[in-house]
Design a protein around this ligand. Structure first.
Ligand code: NAD
Ligand code: MG
Length: 393
């Protein structure tokens, strides 16, 4: 029996995780569920999974959940606030933590899970982008098992030799081929991108996801963040990570070896596949996903990414090459810009402008501890806010 904490249980990854868990009541038990403010869904999840703890960020929401649970005579204890998110990750009875909060808010609890030596199912890529070396040091020091849930990184993990230790050359790996769908604007005339709405940006052709990552996919910042994520997970330099646009999203990524062999992982675009893999590793369990129908897929296309159309991808490579706090600045500026775009305050094409101005104005420092990361994150948010304000005028 594996005891789980699911951070961000009401989101896209969180609900897919609980879907897989519900198929295997003999293998997984939910100890804690957490959400930002979605009381009704969190309540329904408490009824179904009967966790010992439920965490909400907001005190009003927490009181409402307490009342609902009392009425239903359920014994789940409701906690509130940021500290509680980390607290439910380090409980002695917890074996594994699904890190599925979106954005920088996921960093502290995920890092707490790493310090506590828990098995980590990592969906929250922002943790690695913001604080790659701090997080990886914590994972190594405590001996946490780290399973990538992002579909591409999960595919790479599966295609690398079992027990891969971060030594690409020693493992005979030549490069990593990171696939990308290209998002909803892959073929939209660049001129029309000026006017696209949040609804259009969130209408992903292949995947159903939360709004922030959907906008990131439309700008291809998602792939940029994933390049940085791959760098930390697999100890791969930027020059050995090639992004490949593959519109069908059937090949989830590939690893090329020095003998010319290329190993890929394929499957339907459904996050329950990497989630089930992470939950059961090193075994396999049913994820509820249908067989891949290759006859229906019929063709697989591959295109080189266009950095002019997707300047966010170029900015992410630039930040990775600059290193230090540069990826932290990139991530924070992107979160601010995406939120402003979703609030219809700035146009889609202003997202890379905000990020570029932050990267070009703020100094970059070496990162040796969490405070370095948090300092850069705060500075970048203020600088991005100023830039957004300028665009409003
Ligand atoms: P989502 O928006 O659907 O869900 C986010 C979850 O986090 C919700 O439960 C929400 O209540 C919670 N949350 C939001 N803000 C919070 C805060 N400030 N404090 C505490 N909790 C908060 O997002 P998602 O699509 O499930 O993505 C979650 C993470 O997984 C992201 O980092 C994303 O990049 C990554 N990811 C998602 C997918 C996908 O298919 N959805 C694929 C790969 C990686
Ligand atoms: Mg991905």
């Amino acid at each position: 029996m594996q005891n789980l904490t699911v951070l961000g249980s009401t989101g896209s990854i969180g609900t897919s995780t609980l879907d897989v868990v519900s198929r295997h009541p003999d293998k997984y038990r939910v100890v804690a569920l957490t959400a930002n403010s979605q009381v009704d869904l969190l309540f329904r999840q408490c009824v179904q999974f009967k966790p010992a703890y439920a965490v909400l960020l907001d005190e009003v929401a927490a009181s409402r959940l307490r009342a609902l649970l009392k009425e239903a005579t359920l014994g789940t204890e409701v906690l509130c606030g940021v500290e509680a998110l980390a607290a439910v990750c380090v409980l002695p009875e917890v074996d594994a933590v699904m890190a599925a909060i979106v954005g920088a808010a996921g960093l502290r609890p995920t890092l707490a899970a790493a310090h506590a030596g828990k098995k980590i199912l990592l969906a929250n890529k922002e943790t690695l982008v913001m604080a790659g070396n701090v997080f990886m040091d914590a994972v190594r020091a405590s001996g946490s098992a780290l399973l990538p849930i992002d579909s591409e990184h999960n595919a790479i993990f599966q295609a690398l030799p079992r027990g891969y230790d971060g030594n690409m050359k020693g493992s005979g790996v030549r490069r990593i081929l990171l696939t990308a769908s290209g998002g909803p604007f892959r073929n939209t005339p660049i001129d029309e991108l000026k006017h696209v709405t949040p609804e259009q940006a969130c209408a992903h052709p292949n995947w159903s996801m939360g709004r922030k990552i959907s906008v990131d996919s439309a700008s291809m910042m998602n792939k940029g963040l994933e390049v940085i994520e791959a760098h930390w997970l697999f100890n791969a330099p930027a020059c050995d990570i090639q992004v490949v646009i593959h519109p069908q999203s059937v090949i989830h990524s590939l690893v090329e070896y020095i003998d010319g062999s290329v190993i890929a992982q394929l499957g339907n675009p459904d996050m329950r596949i990497p989630i089930a893999y992470g939950l059961a590793y090193p075994e396999r369990i049913d994820s509820g996903v249908a067989s891949l129908d290759l006859f229906k897929v019929a063709t697989l296309d591959f295109v080189e990414p266009d950095f002019k159309r997707f300047p966010c991808l170029a900015l992410a490579y630039q930040a990775l090459r600059t290193a230090g706090t540069a990826p932290t600045l990139l991530n924070a500026a992107n979160e601010m810009a995406v939120a402003a775009f979703l609030d219809q305050k700035i146009p889609f094409l202003a997202i890379p402008q905000v990020i570029e101005s932050v990267l070009n104005t703020l100094p970059v420092y070496a990162v040796s501890c969490l405070d370095d990361v948090l300092g850069a994150d705060t500075e970048a948010r203020s600088a991005a806010q100023l830039q957004i304000q300028r665009l409003l005028k």
